[in-house]
Design a protein around this ligand. Structure first.
Ligand SMILES: [Zn+2]
Length: 242
């Protein structure tokens, strides 16, 4: 058998085994847990973004409140020194007192609001810390599951690596055109891309070829296409008993 058709058939065997191995690896219990952890981390990242946004807003609100408080306090001392600075008539004194009372009320309001804003910020900082802690726990759990997965899948992974190396070497014996046809057929037929001819019967679709078509195929290229199922068809060796 030619190196190319042999390599093509081997390539298919390798790929089918790689598919089986991937299925086995995906079915390992740690994979399910890893997928759940990944989903939890994504969910947490979304929540974290919201919490951080709110926390930053809360910090700004608190800063604004404190700035307003300082400004009001400055205003109070301004009004007070104004009052001391000049003699006031009765009306002037009354106005100043009213002004100071209003400012005092304003300060009270700002102080009340300040404690509200502070406890709001505290709550948000706590929520943020909880989210950070949960993220750390998820990271740890992920690392542990990944390690367990790698430990119990070591044999399968070793086989995958061996097959991957063999695949590369095998592919080197196949022309670019045949390799491309194989890639397309493999996708189309779920890995069962190539069949052989045994006598006048293809090995996968098993539809017996009519004599005329069989003769025509045998005179054509040794890697061709099955006229029935359109898989790649290796006609070489069809008449040799193996
Ligand atoms: Zn066929």
């Amino acid at each position: 058998m030619s190196t190319e058709s042999q390599s093509l058939l081997r390539l298919q065997e390798i790929d089918l085994e790689l598919m089986r191995l991937k299925g086995q690896l995906d079915a390992m219990p740690q994979q399910k847990k890893l997928a759940a952890i990944k989903a939890a981390k994504k969910n947490l990242a979304g929540k974290m973004k919201v919490i951080i946004g709110k926390r930053k807003d809360a910090e700004i609100d608190l800063e604004d409140n404190e700035a307003a408080h300082q400004k009001t306090e400055r205003r109070v001392s301004e009004v007070q020194s104004e009052a001391q600075g000049r003699a006031q008539d009765f009306r002037g004194v009354r106005d100043l007192e009213a002004h100071l009372t209003a400012l005092a009320k304003q300060l009270e309001k700002l102080e009340f609001k300040h404690s509200e804003l502070e406890s709001n910020l505290e709550k948000l900082l706590k929520a943020e810390q909880n989210a950070i802690d949960l993220g750390k726990r998820l990271d740890e759990e992920q690392a542990a599951q990944q390690e367990a997965y790698e430990r119990s899948s070591a044999d399968l992974m070793a086989r995958v690596r061996m097959l991957a190396a063999e695949r590369k070497a095998t592919l080197a014996n196949i022309s670019a055109d045949v390799a491309q046809r194989y890639a397309l057929a493999s996708k189309r037929f779920g890995g069962l891309a190539v069949e052989r001819l045994r006598g006048n019967m293809p090995t996968t679709c098993r539809v017996k070829l009519q004599q005329g078509i069989f003769g025509e195929l045998m005179r054509g290229p040794i890697i061709t296409e099955c006229p029935y199922c359109h898989r790649m068809l290796v006609t070489e060796g069809a008449l040799v008993d193996e």
